[in-house]
Write a protein that binds this ligand. Structure first.
Ligand code: COA
Ligand code: AMP
Length: 635
């Protein structure tokens, strides 16, 4: 309906308590909240503070009680194992209740943490929901992270149990998880009481006696456990995300706000009705997996797809079309990089024509900037709305989108359209002053952030304040730069901090610098993200060697690349580095990473007045040109 977006948006901003109080009616509560928002600890707003609910109840039991037990809840489609497995709501509920019983039998209760380090298989989703069922706090760690990263998360979350599987499968490569887990526990100071290991057919993991249990055996011995009511404000999960240093941020999401916001977004942002098929083609280790593979679709009573495969190579660039047609997917959510991968292998989109895509209505893309080429390619091929939308692990659900369930606004390629109801997005300069339309600045969100957004960083309120709220009082700092045009459309241009986005994976260049700096020949280093046609961004290292050290650059890059794989993980895709004589710095010794990035990407830049020696930038530009970057660099 015309005007519906603006009307809804204005209502959400002018009357947030009325707006979200209404949205909360979509959720089943043990105790209905009498208050919508508590601002006594602002900027830590608490939503539905006296409400009591259970997220797993809303995701499963409620639908079964409403007579929809035989509807499909989850379809596991795994081209890497040649498996398709279907679970009705009743079946999924049974499995989750039993696994919740396993957790309980292991002493896990309300507020206890459980780390889940697993591939994209049903057991992972079952484990998440089982935690929610008994009020335990899960923290899923992406399977592509190396032991060191897992160890950091174990030490921060201090889990009672760690859940894992014998392996993950990368196209045709079996990645054994158990040795990685064992190593991580060895490295961690905090030792979990036990591990429960899901044995997959491809590999049988060796269990540590007295510590590890076999998943299936534990399930066989278990009694189903019931839902435990929790406070709306109790944490549902911690999800670690890359910050600017090697120490990731433990984003905490509460139960009540999450359920209300996700339910609202399924209908109003994604235009999905209960019973329809929604596919979030991502990993359960990322926020998309939490919000739009597990909780959003299930709370809304949809059928969700759990896909263990890639857009290409499993077996070909038609994989997405096969899944869409086979399972009647109405909306697909993925990262632009997936579409660039498909486009690269099947530029004419011939494989799409082999499948019946008549039920496919929306393509949602997020996780990185959607380049206009990819937008046009997908849009021309599919002839359905291709919706660029912008959000972050911290927000948990979209901040800016064309809200398909409210009103279809004209699409402007390159823009995720307008702020979603609940979010007061603006652009400010370094002093916090709003800039005029069209002018680039920092993207900030006025407080309060709506329900479902981060409640804090795990046991680090101060770090949360310092990272997001201190610079501009009353506003949340997103870490992204961009502008708003004269029609109110938002354009997000990229991070302004040391976070980069590689093939839709959020990574920290600071963490990579810490690893590179450990190399015995490296005196000093900087890692920046540079534009890449396929992955969006790729890390690029600059190293200054210790005095007197001579190294062959190819060999050194190989060693650094290996170190990053071992310390952070293969997803970092660290494959290029330059040996330079010195790094461009300010007079106070700060490395000018932002300017280096602009030089590499051929973006306009001004030489900062604080630079110690402008000659260093020219040297960097010359080295970059040799590597194929900074093609237009002029002295
Ligand atoms: N476990 C172990 N290793 C993993 C992994 C996992 N879960 N995920 C990725 N890796 C490895 C890959 O095998 C690859 O290893 P290699 O360097 O030895 O080949 C490396 O990490 C880099 O992976 P990736 O950057 O994902 O590149 P790719 O070429 O394997 O795949 C895409 C490219 C586009 C298919 C893939 O990046 C993708 O699907 N991205 C979307 C990410 C996403 O969904 N983000 C969430 C926002 S929607
Ligand atoms: P993550 O927390 O992993 O979801 O990554 C969040 C970051 O990804 C954001 O801060 C942005 O830099 C980037 N991002 C996500 N979606 C978009 C989008 N639609 N357009 C531009 N950047 C995006």
């Amino acid at each position: 309906m015309s005007g519906e977006y603006q009307k809804t948006y204005d209502f959400s901003i002018n009357e947030p308590e009325l707006f979200w109080g209404e949205a909360a009616q979509g959720i089943q509560w043990y105790r209905k909240p009498t208050r919508v928002m508590d601002s006594t600890r602002a900027p830590f707003y608490r939503w539905f503070p006296d409400g009591e609910l259970n997220t797993c109840y809303n995701a499963l039991d409620w639908h079964v009680e409403q007579g929809r037990g035989d509807q499909l809840a989850l379809i596991y489609d795994s081209p890497v194992t040649n498996t398709v497995q279907r679970f009705t709501y009743r079946e999924l509920l049974e499995k989750v209740a039993l696994f919740a019983g396993v957790l309980k039998a292991n002493g896990v209760g309300k507020g206890d943490r459980v780390i889940i380090y697993m591939p994209v298989i049903p057991a992972t989703a079952i484990a998440m929901l089982a935690c929610a069922r008994i009020g335990a706090i899960h923290s899923v760690v992406f399977g592509g992270f190396a032991p060191h990263e897992l160890a950091i998360r174990i030490d921060d979350a201090k889990p009672r149990l760690v859940l894992s599987a014998s392996c993950g499968i990368e196209i045709d490569r079996v990645i054994e998880y158990k040795p990685l887990l064992d190593k991580a526990i060895e490295m961690a100071v905090h030792k979990p009481e036990g591990c429960i290991i899901f044995q997959r057919e491809q590999v049988t993991a060796t269990l540590v006696p007295g510590r590890d249990q076999n998943w299936e055996e534990a399930v066989c011995a278990a009694q189903p456990a019931d839902c435990v009511p929790v406070q709306s404000t109790d944490p549902l999960y911690i999800l670690y995300t890359s910050g600017t240093t090697g120490m990731p941020k433990g984003v905490v999401r509460d139960n009540g706000g999450n359920a209300v916001a996700l339910k609202w977004s399924m209908k109003n942002v994604y235009d999905i009705e209960p019973g329809e098929v929604f596919w979030g083609a991502s990993d359960l280790g990322w926020v998309v997996g939490h919000s739009y593979i597990v909780y959003g679709p299930l709370i809304h009573g949809c059928t969700t797809i759990l896909y263990e495969g890639k857009p290409v190579g499993t077996p070909d660039a038609g994989a997405f079309w096969r899944v869409i047609s086979e399972h009647g997917v109405k909306a697909l959510f993925t990262a632009p990089t997936s579409f660039r991968a498909i486009k690269r292998e099947d530029p004419e989109g011939l494989l799409a024509k082999k499948y019946d895509l008549s039920r496919f209505k929306y393509l949602y893309l997020a996780g990185e900037r959607l380049d206009t080429d990819t937008y046009h390619w997908a849009s021309d091929l599919l002839k359905i709305p291709v919706v660029d939308h912008w959000w972050q692990t911290e927000t948990g659900w979209p901040v800016a989108s064309n809200c398909m369930g409210l009103e279809v606004l004209p699409i402007k390629p390159g823009s995720p359209t307008k702020p979603v109801p609940g979010y007061k997005v603006s652009i400010v300069d370094g002093y916090g002053n709003e800039v005029p339309p069209g002018q680039e600045g920092l993207v900030v969100i006025g407080l309060p952030l709506p329900p479902g957004t981060m409640s804090t960083l795990w046991q680090q309120d101060q770090k949360c304040l310092d990272s997001y709220f201190v610079q501009f009082p009353g506003r949340y700092l997103t870490g992204d730069g961009g502008f708003i045009d004269s029609d109110g459309y938002l354009y997000v241009m990229g991070r302004v901090d040391d976070v980069i986005n590689v093939a839709g994976h959020r990574l920290s260049t600071g963490a990579m610098e810490e690893v590179v700096a450990m190399h015995p020949d490296v005196a000093e280093c900087a890692v920046i993200g540079v534009a890449d046609e396929f992955k969006g961004q790729l890390p690029l290292g600059f190293v200054v060697l210790k005095a007197g050290v001579q190294r062959d650059s190819k060999e050194l890059v190989e060693e650094l690349s290996q170190m990053i794989r071992e310390q952070i993980g293969a997803v970092a895709s660290f494959k290029q580095a330059l040996i330079v004589k010195r790094l461009p710095k300010t007079r106070s010794g700060k490395i000018l990473r932002g300017v280096m990035r602009k030089v590499a990407d051929d973006a306009p830049y001004t030489v900062p007045s604080t630079i110690d020696d402008p000659g260093t930038l020219d040297e960097i530009g010359e080295s970059l040109t040799e590597l194929g970057y900074a093609k237009h660099h002029h002295h």
